[in-house]
Design a protein around this ligand. Structure first.
Ligand SMILES: *Cc1c(COP(=O)(O)O)cnc(C)c1O
Length: 400
């Protein structure tokens, strides 16, 4: 029996008192924030057997933490995966997915040309530098499919719902073909969320999320998650420990809390986005609306089939008729409910101007080629009352 802490001296009590009380006999309803770097066991043999993988447990928070494990179990469950790892950001989830997929010197990565701007830059500035070959491909035009496979890519990296034009790739057929070419498929499912689509169920190898967006949902954390089937667990854990892009237990807890209302929030966001898209497409100041829930969108039928009638996402983009950069600045500054934030998926509605933010680093010509003109803005629907969101857009459009 260990000596009672009360019999120790003050400096010793300052370090040890109150800690490590056993929680036998009760179960906290909400997983606590295990803000601890390490885990203590009575016997060294326990640490030995955990480290050997003979029993489950926690030793060191870079390797795993109970708060993070609770979040990981929740995400794996929603995505239909066998294993999930929570990491510091969406970007670190992408890095780990590439490592776990076997990217090394000489590997060819085929990446959709529509992927998130920072992912593009990450591939070019980091992954290419380490000796991988990066090829940007068209995943939307069926006539260009063979151009992808001719590259013999080890990895195909794409997004299930793109930014800012909300394109939807035909994931089931792309994954089927990729399997035939022994290409591993990584899907960034941030915009679609597992409510609309679960890429692992279609045979994707890895799914990544920026938990900063819909999973967290309240604009109060940065985080990422990587999900896969159990067969990839060992590689994922191996690289996660080495890279050390750990999600802090507090952020893990916030994300876990966010997950509980994800279906409710996302359903409302999809509904609000659909209503705004329909209303805006009849508005005289609007040149075009990009939203897969509209008949006019090139991927409308595919989205309806793939997303099982669960909605078409919470993000929409619009081109304002004849608007210059100055007009867009005035319009965005006039909005009161839509917050000017470089993010999406929050309970608050958000507005973003791609030409100066997500696609700022591209030349005007490159932007034009991607359809990202100077009169394009992106909206992320929050959970507010749709009528108030309409009123806000109406008053701002009236100021043009
Ligand atoms: C935001 C985002 C990322 C990056 O995630 P962070 O959490 O900001 O690192 C990756 N992919 C998509 C589609 C995103 O929207």
């Amino acid at each position: 029996m260990a000596r009672d802490i009360r019999t120790r001296r003050l400096a010793t009590r300052a370090v040890h008192a109150g800690e490590r009380t056993r929680s036998d006999g009760f179960v906290p309803m909400s997983t606590p924030i295990y803000s601890t770097a390490t885990f203590i066991y009575d016997h060294l043999a326990d640490i030995d057997s955990i480290s050997a993988g003979e029993r489950t447990g926690f030793t060191y928070s870079r390797h795993g933490n109970p708060t993070n494990a609770a979040l990981e179990a929740a995400v794996a469950s929603l995505e239909g995966g066998g294993v999930a790892l929570s990491v510091a950001s969406g970007m670190s989830a992408i890095l780990l997915a590439l490592l776990a997929a076997g990217v090394e010197q000489g590997t060819t990565i085929a990446a959709s040309q529509e992927i998130y701007g920072v992912t593009t830059k990450f591939l070019l500035d980091v992954v290419a530098r380490w000796g991988a070959r990066i090829e940007f491909v068209d995943v939307f035009d069926p006539a260009k499919r063979n151009d992808i496979w001719k590259l013999e890519p080890k990895v195909l990296l794409l997004e299930s719902l793109t930014n800012p034009l909300l394109r939807v790739p035909d994931l089931p057929s792309l994954i089927k073909e990729a399997r035939g070419h022994k290409t591993r498929v990584i899907v960034d499912n941030t915009f679609a969320t597992p409510l609309l689509l679960r890429p692992l169920e279609h045979g994707a190898d890895f799914v990544v999320h920026s938990a900063t967006k819909y999973f967290g949902g309240h604009g109060d954390l940065t985080g990422g998650v990587l999900v896969a089937q159990e067969e990839h667990a060992a590689e994922m854990r191996h690289f996660a420990r080495l890279v050390g892009a750990v999600l802090g237990p507090f952020e893990a807890w916030l994300t876990l809390r966010g997950m509980k209302t994800l279906p409710l929030r996302f359903a409302r966001q999809c509904e609000n986005a659909q209503r705004l898209a329909e209303w805006l497409s009849t508005h005289p100041r609007i040149e075009s609306v990009y939203y897969p829930g509209l008949d006019s969108h090139p991927d409308h039928a595919l989205a309806a089939a793939l997303f099982n009638g669960q909605g078409a996402g919470g993000v929409l983009s619009l081109k304002i008729r004849g608007a210059s950069r100055e007009d867009i600045f005035r319009l965005v500054d006039s909005l009161e409910l839509f917050l000017k934030a470089t993010s999406l998926g929050d309970v608050q509605s958000l507005v973003l101007y791609p030409a100066i933010s997500s696609h700022r680093d591209l030349s005007p010509k490159q932007r034009e080629r991607l359809g990202i003109t100077d009169n394009l803005i992106r909206l992320s629907a929050g959970v507010e009352d749709a009528e108030d969101l309409k009123d806000d857009l109406e008053q701002a459009l009236a100021k043009l």
